[in-house]
Design a protein around this ligand. Structure first.
Ligand code: MN
Length: 254
């Protein structure tokens, strides 16, 4: 695996997420201590793929999280969906678990129609600071292309018994490959599930599993005949810009 070297290098790096990792660790301690890695370890691949002297994406090493993510009610887990015009247009779904944003590339984006299953290919964990990233990654850099904040908000893992256990509940669902969540976004609402369909195949270059993103039947379900989340919402939930205006901007907002 080609990521071994940078991963080790970064795992030894100081400071990065000590506080976040500690917070996540204590939240998840009882059930998950044995399987929870530090945020710093989880972000090694993310960092190894990027040159932060070239891209405006956050390194995850920021001393303080960006303003927008600093204050949060205890127990509220964040999510973001970014529309990303890389070599192939896709949507990146990220869920806060264990102090990082677990991430999936969803080629067709979410569908609120419970009859529609959308492929969600797991990708490397991202830093929580990525939740406010909108802008253009330079051509030639990893993921080069325009990134739009398509939706942001919080989510609640289902079967949650209380705020303090939300991370542990999400972690357990993630490990099980059956992660039921309720989104509290502007466009993502109600109950959804991420189901893991394929374990990573040993020896291949892409060692991450595939999942399916499916809407549950509830008041927020929309049949395909009545609407299409991706087609009906084409602007940034944060800045109101469409992809062309974001691409024309000098840089994404901080
Ligand atoms: Mn992407």
């Amino acid at each position: 695996v080609r990521l071994g070297v940078p991963a080790r290098k970064h795992a030894a790096a100081p400071r990065s997420g000590a506080r976040t990792a500690k917070a996540a660790g204590s939240a998840a301690k009882k059930k998950t201590a044995s399987t929870t890695r530090s945020a710093s370890e989880q972000l090694a691949e993310y960092r190894s793929k990027r040159d932060f002297s070239r891209t405006a994406e956050p390194s995850g090493n920021e001393r303080r999280p960006p303003k927008s993510t600093r204050r949060r009610r205890p127990g509220t887990l964040r999510f973001v969906i970014q529309k990303h015009a890389a070599s192939h247009l896709h949507f990146d779904l990220r869920l806060e678990i264990d102090g990082v944003m677990k991430s999936w590339a969803v080629p067709k984006g979410p569908s609120a129609d419970p009859a529609v299953k959308r492929l969600a290919m797991q990708v490397e964990d991202h830093p929580i600071a990525y939740n406010s990233f909108e802008g253009t990654i330079p051509a030639g850099e990893y993921g080069g292309g325009t990134v739009m904040l398509w939706d942001t908000g919080t989510y609640t893992p289902e079967a949650s018994t209380g705020d303090r256990d939300d991370n542990a509940t999400a972690h357990a669902g993630y490990e099980r490959g059956d992660l039921k969540v309720v989104f509290h976004g502007q466009r993502m609402r109600g109950s959804w599930v991420l189901v893991r369909t394929k374990r990573p195949a040993g020896g291949s270059d892409s060692e991450r599993p595939s999942w399916l993103l499916i809407k549950h039947r509830d008041d927020h379900a929309i049949s395909a005949a009545d609407g299409d989340l991706v087609r009906d919402h084409v602007t940034s939930v944060t800045t109101g810009r469409d992809m062309a205006r974001i691409a024309a901007g000098t840089r994404g907002r901080g």
